[in-house]
Design a protein around this ligand. Structure first.
Ligand SMILES: C[S@@+](CC[C@H](N)C(=O)[O-])C[C@H]1O[C@@H](n2cnc3c(N)ncnc32)[C@H](O)[C@@H]1O
Length: 261
């Protein structure tokens, strides 16, 4: 556990620095040893704290996870962490989103009009599970995931006829919705790391998302920084913002619609 935590910690520090361009001062100051050691120590503590946190989440969320009979929270956590070590840029986060972030994000959705919902980057299905629980019996959810391990895991964990797991990048949203005979999306929920992807891909995903929206539809984006805001502004007429501190890392939320401000 100690070695794993320290591997995770070093990778987390690397990813944090890539996303934010710096490491927080408190990770670098106080106590003996080199800066590198202090970062690893701090993040080792974070990783072990997360481990105990995810154990308690096990009990609290047991009932809600009844539609995931074959897999467990521990399996999800390990699968996510393993994939983060292999593809830190593609995942952009060491651990899945917190329940607080999920609630704040999904609280923006009018479930009565959510007939076609799209999710980008479901990972191990942390948000997917809650969307499926809240959406109507005739609504459809299409998730786009590039990571083969996650795709396999999602297909096994969520045998729900309302769900389509597409093994493709978000940039294919229009083509895939057409293939599934779904027309446009009422909501697109995006958890993909926009700041670490190539400019051209980011622009294409935003353009495709905007075009895939039904009239009155919205794109909900969560990120760890505000760096994505100028790109969202270039594409959407109106953007409202929110913040959820109870997440590792604290998250920024952007609610984007076609209507001009
Ligand atoms: C930070 S994780 C989010 C996981 C989950 N939604 C959560 O909130 O816990 C980002 C996910 O986006 C996926 N991803 C990255 N780029 C993508 C793209 N262009 N299209 C679809 N998925 C992508 C990664 O494989 C990863 O599963």
């Amino acid at each position: 556990m100690r070695n794993m935590a320290s591997d995770l910690s070093a990778a987390a520090a690397k990813s944090y620095q890539e996303q934010h361009g710096f490491l927080p001062k408190k990770w670098l100051s106080g106590g003996p040893g080199t800066s590198q050691n202090r970062i690893v120590l701090h993040l080792t503590w974070q990783a072990s704290m997360f481990n105990s946190l995810s154990n308690s989440v096990d009990c609290c969320q047991l009932k809600e996870r009844m539609f995931q009979p074959i897999t467990s929270r521990r399996e999800e956590t390990l699968l996510f962490a393993k994939n983060f070590l292999q593809h830190p840029k593609m995942l952009g986060s060491l651990i899945p989103s917190s329940r607080f972030l999920v609630d704040r994000l999904l609280g923006k959705i009018d479930w009565g009009r959510a007939k076609v919902i799209v999710e980008y980057g479901p990972g191990v299905g942390t948000i997917t599970a809650h969307i499926l629980r809240r959406m109507g019996p005739n609504a459809r959810l299409v998730v786009f995931e590039m990571n083969q391990d996650f795709v396999r895991y999602l297909r096994r964990s969520f045998p729900d006829p309302r769900l389509d797991v597409v093994h493709a990048s978000a940039e294919n949203v229009q083509a895939e919705l057409a293939r599934l005979d779904l027309g446009g999306a009422d909501y697109i929920i995006s958890g993909i790391p926009f700041t670490t992807m190539p400019e051209e891909l980011r622009a294409k995903i935003m353009r495709e998302s905007r075009q895939a929206l039904n009239p009155g539809g919205a794109v909900l984006v969560y990120q760890f920084t505000r760096a994505v805001l100028p790109y969202l502004r270039a594409c959407f007429g109106q953007i409202s913002q929110d913040f959820e501190p109870r997440n590792i890392l604290p998250a920024r939320l952007f609610y984007c619609t076609h209507e001009s401000a």
